[in-house]
Design a protein around this ligand. Structure first.
Ligand code: HEM
Length: 417
């Protein structure tokens, strides 16, 4: 179990009624670190649909499916611009010449209509057609990683398979050198762990990410290859060619999103499979069910928690939210909401209308969802085809982490070799 470290609390603002205060620390909640989706299920049942927590600087948490849906689509009240665009532009313009650029992850930190301009060029890169063309190479890599541990009868799943598979696929797509995988992952991990607690440091960390990519980014300008960085140099935004600053703004987001999401989904779903031998057998016998099963795993173990900042006073599920207040969209609890998913704790392959929001909703809906889906499905197919029944090692229980991308640090699987 990861060490639980609760953050300090702040006093609640006057406009928050006592009934809407609920103590939840997304990084250090002790229960979350032992059984994340057990804790989330308990919250979905027992906490107010929208509540205020005094942890991590204080802020709102949106739990119910309906409230998450509404907030995600209302970009006028629930903004993604933590630093308003005009303020950011003015700050960048005031920097002395030659000062390092402060990257602004785009399009995720922009609201429409500006957001649309920056999102549009990425659509093609992540289209189902582009991603399907990668399926065979993803399958080969998955097979290679699984075969490398098969004879051992055991593996630490995160480091042996869940991390290298999506990270190597994405480094290749982006155009970054595979040899630097460990260094890149260390930077991303540090960034994700500190998102709430060290806002001032966030800019420095983004600068570190941009610096780690800069050589390759500059090289692709003069020596284009078949990768995303080369493609981004060729686009136009507002009729103007891409600048190094644009490249860094795109680059930091793709780096973070591409190197830290899918592995958590893989870990959580594989734990679910390891605990459910009957499901493993069913999917081994009928592999064509895997695509559907993969969607139910995304719902059952949703794991990302996007943030918003209130731009204008708004009421949601009985809560009054004021400008400047921070909001967490607790999508993992929304996908366990019994009002939307009857018997949410049941893994139900025949669930009707599985409208889970693991990839978000509204204008920021995940651009990498096709890629993530293919990677997840291929992994389940290959694990089930190549390994006999696998289970958790009872001597070494999984280690979880909380945060805005919840997941597993370490998980030991065993099987009969
Ligand atoms: C299972 C894995 C993944 C999950 C669950 C996931 C989830 C999400 C969610 C919930 C959002 C919305 C954020 C918001 O509303 O603020 C998002 C946005 C985004 N995701 Fe993913 N993601 C995954 C994998 C990926 C991958 C592999 C990439 C590839 C780089 C990616 C790229 C992006 C981008 C670029 C956005 C921003 C879209 C925008 O602002 O318009 N994601 N993702």
């Amino acid at each position: 179990m990861a060490q639980s470290q609760l953050s300090s609390t702040v006093p609640k603002p006057d406009h928050v009624p006592d009934a809407l205060v609920y103590d939840f620390d997304i990084h250090g909640d002790p229960e979350l670190l032992v059984n994340p989706h057990g804790r989330l299920l308990d919250m979905a049942r027992n906490a107010p649909p929208v509540f205020w927590t005094p942890r991590n600087g204080g802020g709102w948490v949106i739990l119910s499916h309906a409230a998450n849906y509404a907030a995600s689509r209302d970009t006028e009240a629930f903004s993604s611009e933590f630093v308003p665009r005009a303020q950011m532009d003015a700050m960048l313009a005031s920097l002395p010449p030659g000062a390092p650029h402060i990257p602004l992850p785009v399009p995720i930190t922009l609201d429409p209509p500006e957001h649309t301009k920056y999102r549009q060029p990425l659509q093609k890169v992540f289209s189902p057609k582009t991603i399907n063309s990668l399926r065979a190479s993803i399958k080969d890599l998955a097979a290679e990683l699984i075969d490398a541990v098969k004879a051992d009868g055991a593996c630490e799943f995160m480091s042996a398979i869940a991390e290298p598979l999506p990270v190597q696929v994405f480094l290749k797509m982006l155009g970054l050198p595979l040899e630097r995988q460990e260094e890149y992952r260390a930077i991303v991990k540090e960034h994700m762990a500190a998102i709430d607690t060290d806002r001032a440091g966030s800019m420095r960390r983004l600068q570190r990410i941009a610096a780690a990519m800069r050589d390759t980014v500059l090289d692709r300008k003069d020596n284009p290859r078949d990768d995303i960085l080369s493609m981004l140099w060729k686009i136009e935004i507002d009729g103007k060619p891409t600048t190094l600053a644009d490249m860094e703004n795109y680059g930091v987001l793709l780096f973070i999103a591409g190197l830290d999401t899918v592995m958590n989904g893989m870990g959580l779903a594989m734990r679910g499979l390891a605990l459910d031998p009957a499901l493993q057998n069913q999917l081994r016998a009928e592999p064509k069910l895997i695509a559907e099963a993969s969607e139910e795993m995304l719902r059952r173990f949703t794991f990302t928690v996007p943030m918003r900042i209130i731009k204008k006073q708004v009421e949601l599920a009985g809560a009054t939210m004021m400008p400047g207040e921070i909001v967490k969209l607790l999508l993992p609890a929304a996908d366990l909401d019994a009002a939307e998913f009857p018997h949410p704790d049941t893994y139900d392959l025949k669930r009707e209308n599985n409208v889970h929001i693991a990839f978000g909703v509204g204008p920021h809906r995940c651009l990498g969802s096709h890629l993530a889906r293919v990677e997840l499905q291929v992994l389940y197919e290959e694990m089930l085809a190549r390994l006999p029944e696998f289970r958790l090692d009872p001597a070494r229980p999984p280690v979880f982490h909380g945060g805005h991308v919840m997941g597993i640090e370490e998980m030991h699987l065993v099987w009969d070799a």
